[in-house]
Write a protein that binds this ligand. Sequence first.
Ligand SMILES: [Zn+2]
Length: 341
Amino acid sequence: MKTLLPTSTAGSLPKPSWLAEPETLWSPWKMQGQQLTDGKQDALRLTLQEQSVAGIDIVGDGEQTRQHFVTTFIEHLSGVDFENRKSVKIRDRYQASVPTVIGPVSRPKPVFVEDAQFLRKQTDQPIKWALPGPMTMIDTLYDDHYKSREKLAWEFAKILNQEAKELEAAGVDIIQFDEPAFNVFFDDVNDWGIACLERAIEGLKCETAVHICYGYGIKANTDWKKTLGAEWRQYEAILPKLQQSNINIISLECHNSHVPIELLELVRGKKVMVGAIDVANSAIETPEEVAETLRKALKFVDADKLYPCTNCGMAPLPRQIAREKLAALSAGAEIVRNELK
Ligand SMILES: [Zn+2]
């Protein structure tokens, strides 16, 4: 990366209201067929333009072509029955009606590769593409076939590796795996979660990232956060092993969260996407607030390895707020870049 402190987003950005109901997760599409395909591409162009105007260095698709960061990927796999739904507790936090694994899982055809090719054609900037991580995928399903969380995770890791290799061939510069489940199931993370991620990135030459956060600003998450106490030390349980892994970049939530910033020391040597924008409230950070978060992080992350980012995706936020938050991220990064000269 040529720019110092290159900015990016964690992934999702709000969709235009003509494409899907705004400020809603799992929002149904407002179009169908070819119109929907065209609409998604237009939304992708818009989100890219908004990121460029805001001065974001590593751009993405804003997840405009997917309804949900986990579900949409799983919908494209065979072995999962979306009609046959069971109620499970997601991330030990909230009940949700989820599809059932009824047979061996496989990927009959690429999921996001055409979208990534389309994005690649629209920009010369570095692009990042997010995929769900294996552990977060199994946590969003009822498994009636493998009857083992670990076995199913290894199967998903293989499938993710196929998709990731094709995304790399499409010109994606950074492939990111979203693993909010890493913040919950520490023993599994250390026993096989990180190993599964390494399986998912096997043979890749592009950069790879894992995003571990405290989730969108939805009620189930904010209620959960209230139970975590004054200091959130979840990262402490998983960062030492991630530091030893061959994942290149770790994306973490830092601004306004109760994560003690010194925990970043545990991944010293890795590149870190430092969350400097809170996605769980609508107040726009000032550039100075962003700069202050980055300065704190710089005590534990070398400047050439620090990537200013958002805490999580911004899909549930109003568009104007997301735009202003992105602009604040860029402006804050610029303040610190100037200080480093
Ligand atoms: Zn997140």
